[in-house]
Design a protein around this ligand. Structure first.
Ligand code: PLP
Length: 296
């Protein structure tokens, strides 16, 4: 079995023509084969949507939530709706085709396709997830970076596509480089009017005693699948959970804080803008144990 498996979708959306009539829903291709057309709008403009899905001990995690968010992102970009069944099958096929490992991930990508063709391009690939354990065990240092939009950007300016997981992630990578320049590991976006938003590829979770809080998705941030599962788990542990508008001060005042995302799972925050923050080791371990062993 290979370490990476790649499948191409013949018809990523039922609302658009298939790439080849009568072809199977997806087909395996060699990951190092050149496949994407240089005129594809995903390449030329980053115009498309994606998901990154954890595979823990062979189980694909939060698949339905990821497929639903994929469709939501496509909707925000006014792209044809992804064919949920075709994508679910593609994810399962890719995940099943790699060497068994404790932690892996599947990435799904749907672009707007080649300009004028009116037919999205879609592929999914699975690969082992390496090197995430240190962030979980040792924690991460974050810096707060202004996203430059107000907290109500989603309502005032929907054309900015906030809240969609679009392929245009150059900014999400640039903030990590800025974090490194500031001697930190990751960034937390804040709104121009001073509210906590989300990490560069994660949601932020704060703990105040027996209460867990996270910013609401009406702020133009991604509805995290990990955060959703963490809230369900927390309720089973007798904790209270809430979505709130959180000023920056809340991060400093919280007893503990985490960045939550697929693949890295719960990374405890150990410093904010250079100020140390205590890690809640027991709850961090409980969270990651739960997240790593999810079977759906
Ligand atoms: N926010 C952003 C900007 C992200 O890119 C991600 C994940 O990639 C998340 C939040 C967390 O989402 P999930 O927990 O579904 O991985």
């Amino acid at each position: 079995m290979p370490s990476t498996a790649l499948v191409l979708l013949n018809r990523p959306s039922l609302a658009a023509p298939a790439h080849v009539d009568g072809a199977p829903a997806h087909r395996f291709v060699e990951p190092d084969e050149p496949l994407v057309n240089v005129l594809d709008l995903g390449v030329t403009r980053g115009d498309g949507v994606f998901e990154t899905i954890s595979v823990g001990y062979g189980s694909i995690q939060a698949l339905d939530a990821h497929i639903a968010r994929f469709a939501k992102s496509a909707g925000i970009l006014e792209m044809p709706e992804p064919d949920a069944d075709a994508w679910r099958d593609a994810v399962q096929a890719a995940a099943a085709a790699i060497d068994p490992v404790d932690e892996a991930y599947v990435k799904t990508i749907m672009t707007r396709g080649i300009e004028g063709d009116d037919r999205p391009t879609g592929w999914a690939y699975a690969a082992p997830a390496l090197g995430r354990a240190t962030a979980r065990s040792e924690g991460i240092r974050v810096v707060l970076l202004d996203r430059g939009y107000r907290h109500d950007v989603r309502q005032t300016s929907p054309w900015l596509l906030q809240g969609a997981k679009s392929l245009s992630y150059a900014v999400n990578r640039a903030v990590i480089r800025e974090a490194h320049r500031r001697d930190a590991d990751d960034a937390v976006f804040v709104s121009s009017d001073g509210y906590l938003l989300e990490g560069s590829t994660s949601n932020i979770l704060l703990r105040f005693g027996d209460r867990l809080v996270t910013p609401g998705t009406n702020l133009g941030i991604l509805a995290g699948t990990t955060q959703g599962d963490v809230f369900d788990f927390a309720v089973t542990q007798g904790l209270e959970v809430a979505y709130e508008l959180l000023p920056i001060a809340a991060l400093h005042e919280a007893d503990a804080a985490w960045l939550l995302s697929s693949v890295r799972h719960a990374a405890p925050i150990r410093a904010v803008d250079g100020t140390p923050k205590p890690i809640d080791r027991t709850f961090t371990d409980a969270l990651n144990d739960f997240l790593l062993h999810r079977t759906k």
